[in-house]
Design a binder for this molecule. Sequence first.
Ligand SMILES: Cc1cc2nc3c(=O)[nH]c(=O)nc-3n(C[C@H](O)[C@H](O)[C@H](O)COP(=O)(O)O)c2cc1C
Length: 355
Amino acid sequence: MTSNLIQASSRKDAHIDLSLDPETNSKGENSFDRMRFMHCALPELDVKTIDITTSFCGRALSAPMMIGAMTGGTARAEAINRALATVAQERKIAFAVGSQRAALESGQSAAYLRDLAPDIPIVGNLGGIQLARPSGLDLAKAAIDDLQADAIAIHLNPLQEAVQPEGENDWRGVRDAIATLVKANIAPVIVKEVGAGISVPVAKELFDCGVMAVDVAGFGGTNWARIESARRDHDVNLFVPFLDWGIPTLECLLNMRDSFSNRHIIASGGVRHGLDAMRAYWLGAEMISLAGPLLTQLLRHNKTPSPDSLSNLVVQLQRQMSLTLFLTGASDLAAFRSKEALIDNKLILDLSRLS
Ligand SMILES: Cc1cc2nc3c(=O)[nH]c(=O)nc-3n(C[C@H](O)[C@H](O)[C@H](O)COP(=O)(O)O)c2cc1C
């Protein structure tokens, strides 16, 4: 392995440990707390028959839920990904892997993940900066082929790279590289942030490039400025004003819903439980992705992956999602979107009325 690849691998392991530390989570109010649903005291439904099933990338799912992109490329990451894929297959939810770059560049395959999870959507992952390199398109093809991925996610993380000690800060050419990847028509392309959010003008540029979906990955959960800052031994003060920089996830979703009513939006960033997931769904997200909270649950016991522990959390999240529908009097996801909600204590009857 070259020293760059060794560095990338040890960085990934450090990211896992630091993401488990509550100190690296975003501080302050979680934006989802601004939203409530109108309670229905007469649901006329049996909670056991609430239907939250859906589909994504043409595959049936038990709920609009995805394990968010996290890791890959090291022995520890492989054990984590095996557990995540096993739980995703067992619970019929989508599974996104973390950046495949380090693994692919060192000749490692993660094809075993497709064997573990043959029926669910698997989403590959590469960084926007890597995609913009001369070999970027070939790397993306290899990433999709290796997993037989249903889609590939390209992550945009300029804040994280800016604070990361080894970060790369030349973002020129990334939009064109995304457009080239879309045109190559290898797999549907998703573009995501990693916790600082995607604004409407950026989403418009991405949809104009032809991307299938935008995952807002907003501010409020795992905080990459804090994680990278904790890895720094110099210039720490330089980044202090930026530690809680980003667009809160609820804000992203409200803006997206106003601007792109017919586009595919994925929600992530600070989703804590099934009620938050349904808040995001009501606001127009078709899939809800969680990363940090699932990893924390998976590694709860001495940092050894426990698929059972994660599987139990997924069941709990899904029960919370069903309960949200039940308590608004909605029997399924379509009916749920027409229910009333309050944002900042203002009643919202219909999303199109949001100013
Ligand atoms: C340990 C860890 C590693 C991550 N690695 C990646 C990555 O390689 N690629 C990516 O697109 N996002 C990565 N993310 C970001 C997540 O996919 C997600 O966008 C972000 O953590 C916000 O979601 P959360 O608040 O539910 O954690 C990572 C997150 C965690 C916790």
